[in-house]
Design a protein around this ligand. Structure first.
Ligand code: SF4
Length: 441
């Protein structure tokens, strides 16, 4: 690993190392890796835009308590970068707050700008507040709490269960702050609903249907249910939400479920309820690291069974609609992760090849070492890891001549909406299979 003092010098080293990756994707990964700092003036401007809604995890590099200027309540959900010294095409990046980040959002010449080491990297836009946010639910809950929008409004994110039954150090996935984030948000007095009622969800989706034209997909997700919740197993419990939405608004959105790798009967319940995309996230490919990083999943399901269930789900959803996530970079977590970038990427590529050879397209989010997760504060992998991962993902994807995954908005640099990693930005639209550029739902 080559460490350089200068962020810009390292970016430029990466541009030279991977000349056919868009610069936008490389900068995006580095921002996701290091977070964003905001000046007071930028936070003031942000007050007129869509704020960070904490739609599931914190995705911050510091806890709420350490945000001296209350960025948690004031920073935007995402930024859109354009122009700057590298003449960037529009690129959307999720906001991860880090007051110590070298990437600073500030006003330059009266314009919101992204600055690093005094270099103007981009002019910025913040996401507009969706029109439906001005409407209220009859339960009194804020619609932005029940049904927030992310990815510049493309995706309505329904975390219907904000807790996970994997509990404590021996069960929770070690990178995950879902339970801790729930606790810190409640401590700070934020309205944060543990279990979202179907009535609230249906009312919110009715308002979105009426007032919003931007959203194209919704995700239903939440913590794992190891035994039962309200007397139901996980598949049945989560199936009810799509059932309630689809029975009223069939086909209005692409329905997606992010839940565990479930046995076939429960996967079928999800499909029958109307979900069209299934995300049984496997988090990390390496066998030993899966055991260490996902102790609850290992104990209750087991790594081999987990991977088998992902493949089995393709029989029900169709392979291109099974899109398991992994946490890009967590395979380098200390103290047991890989210390060598190439070995880490090689291991993860083995998983990509295993799934993509079957038409299943794993995607990734960039690991954000959240301070209240078990892995805690530690430096994530270097930028070089993410650059090599993007290359490996794209090479494998192109090798199997796959269509872009559905439910992720538009592919390609300058168009992608997906904000928590650059995998959609690096897709070369001209190389997608003709006539099936995006898989159907
Ligand atoms: S299954 Fe793991 S990643 Fe998902 S909410 Fe539970 S602890 Fe977090």
């Amino acid at each position: 690993m080559i460490e350089t003092e200068s962020i810009i010098a390292e970016l430029e080293r990466m541009f030279r190392m991977a000349p056919d990756l868009p610069k936008e994707a490389i900068i995006k990964q580095d921002i996701l890796r290091q977070g964003l700092a905001f000046s007071q003036a930028a936070l003031q401007v942000a007050s007129g835009y869509k704020p960070k809604d904490y739609f599931i995890f914190s995705f911050d590099l510091v806890p709420l308590k350490e945000m001296e200027t209350f960025e948690a309540y004031r920073s935007p959900e995402e930024i859109k970068m354009t122009g700057g010294v590298y003449e960037l095409r529009p690129t959307i990046v999720s906001v991860r707050v880090n007051p110590a980040s070298p990437y600073r959002v500030e006003l330059r010449d009266g314009l919101i700008s992204l600055v690093c080491e005094d270099v103007l990297l981009a002019r910025l836009e913040f996401p507009p507040i969706p029109e439906y946010y001005s409407h209220k639910l009859s339960s009194g809950k804020k619609i932005s709490e029940i049904a927030p929008a992310i990815e510049w409004g493309y995706l309505v994110y329904l975390t219907v269960y904000r807790l996970c039954q994997y509990w404590g150090k021996t069960e929770e996935c070690r990178f995950c702050d879902l339970n801790e984030n729930y606790r810190q948000q409640r401590e700070e007095g934020r309205e944060y609903t543990a279990v979202k009622g179907i009535d609230d969800i249906v009312e919110a989706m009715t308002l979105i249907n009426q007032y919003d034209t931007v959203s194209k997909a919704y995700t239903v997700t939440g913590g794992s249910i190891t035994t039962s919740l309200q007397g139901m197993k996980e598949g049945e419990w989560y199936a009810r939400y799509a059932d309630a939405i689809e029975s009223r608004f069939a086909g209005r959105w692409i329905p997606k479920a992010v839940v565990q790798a479930l046995p076939k009967d429960e996967v079928k319940m999800l499909h029958d309820a109307g979900y069209r995309i299934y995300h049984p996230n496997y988090e990390v490919w390496d066998r030993e690291l899966f055991n260490w990083i996902c102790p609850g999943k290992e104990r209750y399901v087991g790594r081999d069974e987990w991977m088998k269930r992902i493949v089995d789900a393709a029989e029900i959803f169709g392979p291109e609609r099974v899109i398991p996530n992994f946490v890009g970079g967590v395979e380098m977590a200390r103290p047991h992760g890989f210390t060598d970038v190439d070995r880490a990427v090689a291991s993860t590529t083995e998983g990509l090849d295993y799934f993509m050879s079957k038409g299943i397209i794993p995607r990734f989010t960039a690991w954000c070492p959240e301070p209240t997760s078990d892995l805690g504060r530690q430096e994530g992998p270097p930028l070089e890891y993410f650059v090599k991962l993007l290359l490996a993902w794209r090479n494998t994807f192109e090798h199997y001549n796959l269509s872009a995954p559905p439910g992720y908005g538009r592919p390609g640099v300058g168009s992608a909406e997906f904000s928590v990693s650059a995998f959609m930005d690096v897709i070369r639209v001209e190389k997608l299979p003709k006539g099936r550029e995006i898989a159907t739902v």
